[in-house]
Design a protein around this ligand. Structure first.
Ligand SMILES: N[C@@H](CCC[C@H](N)C(=O)O)C(=O)O
Length: 281
């Protein structure tokens, strides 16, 4: 099986080219590929398949040639992956599988159509505008934190840390507990503290994340969008541009009236072949 390895601010992916949807990709194979000791190691898998050849993409094959078939490291599906979409488009461009039309590259995802554009060294992807819902709580190591539920195509809970508590003090080796009635399919939980002003943006937030299906990651693009939308709301704004620092680097999020742009580095770092029978079962 051919693969490419890539990452966006340290959120890393095994990319599997499968244009005709011929690969027998199972949760077990995804988990084995993502195993950091016995496999290639990644936060998730991006299968590159023609929309027309994937059951969840075929209905939108007229809008984009490619479907981003994203899987979490534990073999579960997610509706959307912001960093994954940026790395996916980097792969399409570098492989000559797509070229921008009117400046953007469309991609079908489980959460609908997204568009990406190249911005200097970065790739920016336009997703849905985050929808803010109720408050809820996350419990972690004796702390109970209140947060805002946010839908970015996938579910998030954004929790600001109380003053005096640092992000580095959190133990994210275990999943935070959350309300299963509000998040029946699980949730990605972001923890935030305010950052110092950054020139050119309307605000600055630092975050860590525990991702559904992938544990703590160095970055989560949809999580950064959720965090930016909550920070803008807390500043009394509907739209604006936020700098969001994650352990793996810096993302810029622009929330508009009807969408959300996520921008940052997206890199391909290796290609190779892997023999599925040598992976853990
Ligand atoms: N890291 C991703 C989000 C991946 C999916 C998430 N773990 C979920 O299950 O919803 C991103 O960059 O958005």
């Amino acid at each position: 099986m051919e693969f490419t390895k890539g990452h966006g601010t340290g959120n890393d992916f095994v990319i599997l080219p499968d244009p005709d949807g011929a690969l027998d990709l199972t949760p077990g194979l995804v988990a084995a590929l993502c195993d950091r000791r016995r496999g290639l190691g990644a936060d998730g898998v991006l299968r590159v398949v023609r929309a027309a050849k994937h059951p969840e993409g075929t209905g939108r094959a007229g809008e984009a040639e490619w479907f981003m078939d994203y899987w979490n490291a534990d073999g579960s599906f997610a509706e959307m992956c912001g960093n994954g979409a940026r790395v996916f488009v980097r792969y399409l461009l570098e492989q000559g599988l797509a070229a921008p039309v009117d400046g953007t590259v469309p991609v079908v995802t489980r959460a609908g159509l997204v568009r990406a554009r190249v911005e200097g060294d970065d790739i920016a992807v336009e997703m849905r505008r985050p929808r803010l819902y109720d408050t809820s709580t996350a419990a972690l190591g004796g702390l109970t934190l209140t947060g805002t539920a946010v839908d970015v195509g996938n579910p998030h809970l954004v929790c600001a840390l109380p003053a005096g508590l640092e992000l580095g003090a959190l133990d994210l080796t275990r999943a935070p507990a959350f309300d299963p009635a509000l998040f029946p399919a699980g949730v990605n939980v972001e923890f935030t503290v305010p950052g110092d002003p950054v020139d050119g943006t309307d605000g600055h937030v630092l975050m860590r994340v525990h991702e559904r299906g992938s544990a703590e990651t160095l970055s989560c693009g949809t999580g950064a969008c959720a965090v930016a939308a909550v920070a803008l709301r807390d500043a009394g704004r509907d739209t604006g541009t936020m700098t969001v620092d994650v352990p793996g680097g810096r993302l810029t999020v622009t929330v508009t009236d009807d969408s959300c742009w996520l921008a940052g580095p997206a890199l391909l770092i290796a290609t190779g072949t892997v023999t599925p029978t040598t992976l853990p079962h």
